[in-house]
Design a protein around this ligand. Sequence first.
Ligand code: IMP
Length: 182
Amino acid sequence: MKLKDLEFKKFIPSDRIEKKVASLAHQINADYEDRTPIFLPVLNGSFMFASDLLKEITIPCRVSFVKISSYAGGTTSTGQLKTLIGHDESLFGLDIIIIEDIVDSGLTLEKLVEDLKNRGAKSVEAVSLLRKQVAREKNIQVKYVGFELEDEFVLGYGLDYDGLGRNLKDIYKQSSPGNSGN
Ligand code: IMP
């Protein structure tokens, strides 16, 4: 599949994603059995994951969206974080679960966790569908991880390449140079 100048091939099919999302939700349901957490999906990338995950959450919970990004439109992190918008309600004393699509450099998550702790959150954890090698090496704290990746660029299931591909139900990865993909 070609999007703009890059070739992508199917990587994680939707049925595998569906099973993983259900298992992540079951772990969260068990761990937060006696609490009423607030989920903070990080827009735009996590919209599809958040929607599927939250349908499997059976404990009482709240949901509020935030937006922050370190990507400027290409395939590598710029390290420049845009300002956080959203969640204007008080988060004081709440158990927060951040919903991320992917943790790459971990800059977005680190910034968000720090911000939420400064606002007096009781606890802050994160669930991410995907985590890249860089974040593992840097030991970025993510309590619930769906799939571990190497340093590869992926799209689909909410993730984009220059704004494209968010609507795809499977996850694709960039084919190696010289590989035509499918
Ligand atoms: P980080 O701050 O470097 O961890 O980047 C996190 C954000 O960058 C994610 O929430 C995504 O929006 C975006 N991102 C990181 N890696 C990819 C990728 O492989 N494909 C698409 N977006 C990505």
